[in-house]
Design a protein around this ligand. Sequence first.
Ligand SMILES: [Zn+2]
Ligand SMILES: [Zn+2]
Length: 266
Amino acid sequence: MRYVVDHDLHIHTILSVCAADEGQIPDSIIKEAKEAGYKQIVLTDHYWDKLVPSKTRDDFYETQDYEHICKALPLPKIGGVEFLFGCETDMDKENIIGIPKERYDDFAFILVPTTHLHMHAADVNNFDPEYRAKLWVERLECLLNSDLPFHKVGIAHLTCGLTNRSTSENWRKTFDSIKKEDMRRLFTKAAKLGVGIELNRDDIKRILNEGVQYFDVYKIAKECGCKFYMGSDAHSRGVSKNAREYFEKAVDYIGLEESDKFYIKK
Ligand SMILES: [Zn+2]
Ligand SMILES: [Zn+2]
C-alpha cells in the first residue's frame, strides 16, 4: 500500500525568532491541519535548553529556551487532529545537542537537525564540498551515538540547503562527495535505533530543482530499513497545508509504502 500523507511533524510558531508571521499560532496551525487532512501534527519551535552549556551555539538560541517555547501551551484541540508538543533542538559546533535528559519526558517528539551548518560548522565560511560532506557524516554519526530517546526523535532536513548554501553546484558536489558506504552504515544504524527520517518540504523542492537523483539519499535510507515522516518546516500560515503536494512527490520518487512510515512512540 502506498504511503499515506496524513501528518506534518515539523511546524514552527511565531515563538521561533526566525518566524515573521504573527498569525502563525497554535489555533491557526491546527485549523490548517484539519483543512489539509492531517491526522497528526507536532509543534517544533527552535529550542536550546539553559541546562546544556555550549561554548559555540549560535546567539540565535539566547531566547529559545524551554520557558519561551512553552508559551504555546496548552495546545488547542480539534476533533480528528492529534496536536503534539515537540521541539527542534540543535547540535553545536562541538556536536553537543541542546536538550538535557531531564527534558526528554517534556516533549512528545524531538527534532534534531545536523545540517544547520550556516551557524554550526566548525568553519562556517568553508564551503569546500569535501569538508561539508565530512561534516555531514560526522555530525549524523554523533547524533546516532547519543543517548536520545530515539523512538520519539526525528532527524530533520538531511539534504537541507544549509548543508552548503554557497552555490547550487557546491550543494550538489557536497552530496556527490558523501560515500554511499558511509550513508549505508549510518542509515543501517538509524534503522536499528528506530529514529525517524524527515522528508522536509524545502528539501523536496530543492531536489526537484537540483536533480531527482538526490532522492537517492532517501532511497538508500529506505533500503537500510529507515522509517520516514513528513515535515513542512512551516514558519508562516499556508505552508503546512501547501507542503502536501511536495510530500506526495517525495512518496512517488522514493517509492514509499505505508510500511515505511515512522510513528512516534509514547
Ligand atoms: Zn531546521
Ligand atoms: Zn525547523
